[in-house]
Design a protein around this ligand. Sequence first.
Ligand SMILES: [Zn+2]
Ligand SMILES: [Zn+2]
Length: 262
Amino acid sequence: MTCTLRVLGCSGGIGGELRTTSFLLNQNILIDAGTGVGDLSLDELREIDHVFLTHSHLDHICSLPFIADAVGGSRDVPLKIYGIYETIHALQEYIFNDVIWPDFTKIPSTKKPFVSFNLIEVDEPIQINGLTMTALPVNHSIAANAYAISSDSGALVFSGDTGVSDAFWQSVNQQKNLKHLIIETSFLDQEELAIITGHLSPSLLMGEIAKLDQQVAASDLQIWICHLKPDVGDVIMKEIAMLSQNTALKPQKLSRNTTLHF
Ligand SMILES: [Zn+2]
Ligand SMILES: [Zn+2]
């Protein structure tokens, strides 16, 4: 089975047309549940069966409570939410805790709830609807993971939020037939915020991309930049273009409503 990834949101913030991180895979799998989810119709929301989360930061989970609330009652099976232990624990403790939002793992009953939480482990592949989803290690300010998604015809890796990480690139280099790499660059080099908060800046990104195996880098791999902070996004992309002008890889800005195939 091939895969279509539709970008619902890929910004590091909100404002105007910007939406935070969320990708829809083949209509029924969501990766992260940022503000971009709010643009889906009720029918589209109802079709989502699986949500894979990279981490528990608000820009990646904020629509999750609303999905459960909007379509939980009209679905036959629970919405399955996947994440590493720290992500799932945070959702249970701080969001679906009957204070901020109802505990939808018990509503309307524990036998037939609106949502179910499912623990995943880094580097352990999961087969879903002909796709293989694998959580990969990253280095963020809280526990987080990237995802590799493989179809019959190729693979895509999405970094989620990450700073400098050797383990992530080792995993990227192991992917077969990698077509797309979506990676974050949140801040400018001058800000130092990238290092403090576990994100990348243009110079850090170039240092990271240099960890790609020659073979992978020489393939038809396309690198997409996401999670740009709204006020500095254009400047970040100009710096990346300048830094990468003498390299074979030309990272492009990922935009909302872009569709990637692999
Ligand atoms: Zn984050
Ligand atoms: Zn984020």
